[in-house]
Design a protein around this ligand. Structure first.
Ligand code: NOJ
Ligand code: CA
Length: 574
């Protein structure tokens, strides 16, 4: 396969707010392309598919950890933060990846699990063997397992306590995640300095941003629940100050699986900023809830919550990622409903969530896949795609834990789905061979050959979004409708900077979750008398009545993006 998208310019276009307009793509190095036939994906393989990602319209890659690691938690168990796992490649190849991505105006964001290390890390080995030595105080050691009773257990399927007894040091160590992932002791200034060193190390290699894994959990206190303690925020502020001073234009992304009022604190304030971006965990499960309940109410409620964020802050919107679809941010009642709809087989569950991929979750329904993506690309924030979801890849619930949705990328109908030339038995995980999602059927090559495939549809929607910076930079205003299944909002931006000129832009976005066609009246108040045009095909829609109301009909599980004012046709709808 060859992709002939033009290389725009050497190096990156200058745009301090690039992350607010960017389309992100999460790709696990191990899962994408195996360049040397050893059965695991690698950096060289990823480099060889940058043209594909550029063709798709991706602006930035998020790479989960590829450091030295025993890989007992998909690489989030790091044994050396300054080394790359040899099966993934070398630092030289990483440098090459950064250069080649930048040549395509594509950014590289790496993942940094700074809260903990693997127990195989040399720091931990020294810490357990020599309590008085330089690393003796690098971890949270105690004589009992009694402290921090308010701190919840995250991996409830595998862990009974956040404390584990170490037979070498004969003390307990604290861990938020697996018992082979001891938490670093952030009270120790040497730990904080080591974290700064690691950030500088990767920034010096040219990365454009860092996802701060598990960021709420850095500090523990006896009174608090160990999520976003004041000391943790102070640490992030210090880190941000260093980045702004030494690496302006690079970004920090918060992974904080919390309620909106708590997540926004990771943006900091105008005067004392923390992260540039934060993932929108509360919105994600409500998209899935709306699809099955046919009710827009929960989504409307969460989107209407007043969460003032500093200018320049950006949300990371996502449907799926490499973890389970977490249900921590919904009530028990809604959680049970979602388990019933989406995890009817107990094997589909993991911790407090569902370990399935997007297409199987949505029962491979093209209407639902389009509706979910239309939300992903028009809600406030920047979209994060998960590799393979652009072709509707399936999962394998017979694999353990979250490996179910980390299987090899499906490129072709050939051996190993074109991912690797290795003996199929040698692959790090088997390719998906289920009836519906078999790689013979679901692969990039065959979808490239069908103009109406999901892949072409996703590419088109990405390009329509990118033609309208309002989606990235504009405000979102909720609108009143008279139908419980319909969500409607206006995205608006003063000075659109779009290819159609710099006039202020307004885009009406309407989504119907109903499983039948509906007619809905939307109240647009001061926009009475304005015309509406479809953003995809350019077609004219009913003019908004003088009283600000407009009545539209929507097909089963469908959506509109309508330009308010004049026709802004930006390409066909495939
Ligand atoms: C969050 C990551 O997304 C997840 O994959 C990992 O297991 C935990 N942090 C622990 O690092
Ligand atoms: Ca390889």
């Amino acid at each position: 396969m060859t992709f002939t998208a033009p290389i725009q310019m050497p190096g990156l276009a200058l745009d301090p707010q690039w992350y607010r307009r960017a389309v992100f793509y999460e790709v696990m190095v191990r899962s994408f392309v195996d360049s040397n036939g050893d059965g695991a994906g690698d950096l060289s393989g990823l480099i060889s598919r940058l043209d594909y990602l550029q063709w798709l319209g991706v602006d930035a890659l998020w790479l989960p950890p590829f450091y030295q690691s025993p890989l007992r938690d998909g690489g989030y168990d790091v044994s050396d933060f300054h080394a790359i796992l040899p099966e993934f490649g070398t630092l030289e190849e990483f440098r090459d990846l950064v250069t080649k991505a930048h040549e395509r105006n594509m950014r590289i964001v790496i993942d940094y699990p700074l809260n903990h290390t693997s127990d195989a890390h040399d720091w931990f080995q020294q810490s357990r063997e020599d309590p008085e030595g330089p690393y003796g105080d690098f971890y949270v050691w105690r004589d009992t397992d009694e402290e921090y009773k308010n701190i919840r257990i995250i991996f409830v399927d595998t862990e009974e306590s956040n404390w584990t007894f170490d037979p070498v040091r004969r003390q307990f160590f604290f861990h938020r995640f697996f018992s082979h992932q001891p938490d670093l002791n952030f009270e120790n200034p040497a730990v904080r300095e080591a974290v700064f060193d690691t950030v500088r190390f990767w920034m010096d290699l040219g990365v454009d941003g860092i996802r701060l894994d598990a960021i709420p959990y850095l500090f523990e206190t006896e009174e608090g629940n160990g999520e976003g303690e004041p000391e943790t925020h102070q640490f992030i502020r210090d880190l941000r100050t260093m980045i702004d001073r030494d690496y302006p234009g690079r970004i920090l992304i918060a992974e904080a699986n919390q309620w909106p009022q708590e997540v926004v604190q990771f943006f900091g304030t105008e005067e004392e900023p923390e992260c540039h971006m934060a993932f929108d965990f509360p919105v994600m499960p409500r998209i899935f809830y709306s699809l099955r309940s046919q009710q827009a109410g929960e989504l409307i409620r969460i989107l209407s919550e007043a969460t003032d964020v500093p200018s320049g802050a950006g949300w990371g919107v996502f449907l799926r990622n490499h973890d389970e679809l977490t249900l921590e941010m919904v009530s028990e009642e809604y959680r049970q409903a979602m388990y019933g709809w989406y995890a009817y087989d107990p094997r589909m569950r993991s911790n407090i969530g569902i370990r399935r991929r997007l297409a199987p979750l949505l029962d491979n329904s093209r209407a639902e896949l389009e509706l979910a993506h239309a939300l992903l690309f028009s809600l406030k924030g920047s979209p994060f795609l998960y590799y393979g979801d652009e072709i509707g890849m399936g999962d394998n619930i017979w694999l353990p834990d979250r490996d179910s949705s980390r299987t090899p990328m499906q490129w072709t109908p050939d051996r190993n789905a074109g991912f690797s030339t290795a003996d199929p038995g040698k692959l790090y995980l088997p390719v998906v061979q289920s009836l519906v999602y078999n790689y013979n059927l679901v692969n990039v090559e065959s979808q490239l050959a069908q103009s109406r495939s999901l892949l072409h549809w996703v590419r088109n929607v990405i390009h329509v979004r990118k033609a309208h910076p309002t989606f990235g930079l504009g405000e979102l205003r909720m609108l009143q409708t008279d139908h419980e299944s319909v969500l409607a909002f206006v995205r608006e931006y003063e000075g659109s900077g779009s290819q159609f000129g710099d006039a202020p832009e307004k885009i009406l976005c309407v989504f119907s979750f109903a499983h039948n066609p509906v007619s809905v009246t939307i109240q647009m108040d001061e926009l009475g008398g304005s015309s509406l045009y479809d953003l995809f095909g350019g077609g004219q829609f009913p003019t908004i009545n003088e009283d600000g109301s407009v009545t539209l009909t929507l097909g089963t599980q469908s959506f509109y993006w309508l330009h308010v004012g004049e026709s802004h046709f930006a390409g066909g709808r495939s």
